[in-house]
Design a protein around this ligand. Sequence first.
Ligand SMILES: C[S@@+](CC[C@H](N)C(=O)[O-])C[C@H]1O[C@@H](n2cnc3c(N)ncnc32)[C@H](O)[C@@H]1O
Length: 231
Amino acid sequence: MLRLLDPKGKHVLDIGCGGGIYTRAWAQLEALSVLGIDFSEDMIQTARDYSTNFPNVSYKVGNALSTGLEDQSYDIVFERALIHHLSDLSGCFKEAFRLLKPGGKYIIQDRTPTDVTIPGSEEHIRGYFFEKYPFLLEIEMKRRHSSSEVEEKLSKTGFINIHSFSFWEIRKIYQNVNELKADILERTGRSILYELNDEQLCELVNYISLKISSIDSVREKDRWTIWTSIR
Ligand SMILES: C[S@@+](CC[C@H](N)C(=O)[O-])C[C@H]1O[C@@H](n2cnc3c(N)ncnc32)[C@H](O)[C@@H]1O
């Protein structure tokens, strides 16, 4: 995050905050205040439970399209892994525009169709999900927004200085393949793997373990795109 901007002394809004991992990260980078918003009451409760040691972090249940927060109140609006849940991108961008102070920065992180179609490898494990089950890729492609769509809609909303870049983020390092297999079996609740039944999931895990020759640790990486723009 620090490579994008320094949040020191800034008011940050994290929309679609989930359990608050990144909400707390902004506070650790010395943001003056961070508010996490999510429309799931369970997620907000989890985020609160994990944030008791963060006095400048708070949470609120709310919808990205209509947060009910005051106009022009934030220096930074951040949305990680949110926009693939939304069909109304323009509505989401309009709300972020309304909430940002003039000159404030909007940071969106998500995967594009290009990111999700990168083939599987010993580092890009997700690619194997789609190699084994092409129907998962069809589901994935329907919900992912292209970089050009995001940029066009940001511009139409009134954002300026629109930039995007892609990068690899380390998801997790496993000591061995068995640790990776156990992790994948646990992922179903909050991942595309929710679409698989138990038998398909076991077949996937076996498929992946045959693809990985490493007997030592596995570094799993995910490919993401970040869009930055100014209100
Ligand atoms: C994949 S999680 C990402 C959580 C967190 N930002 C992260 O990167 O770890 C997406 C989150 O967006 C929330 N969400 C989806 N649609 C939303 C909406 N319209 N308004 C608010 N939150 C939403 C979900 O409840 C979920 O917690």
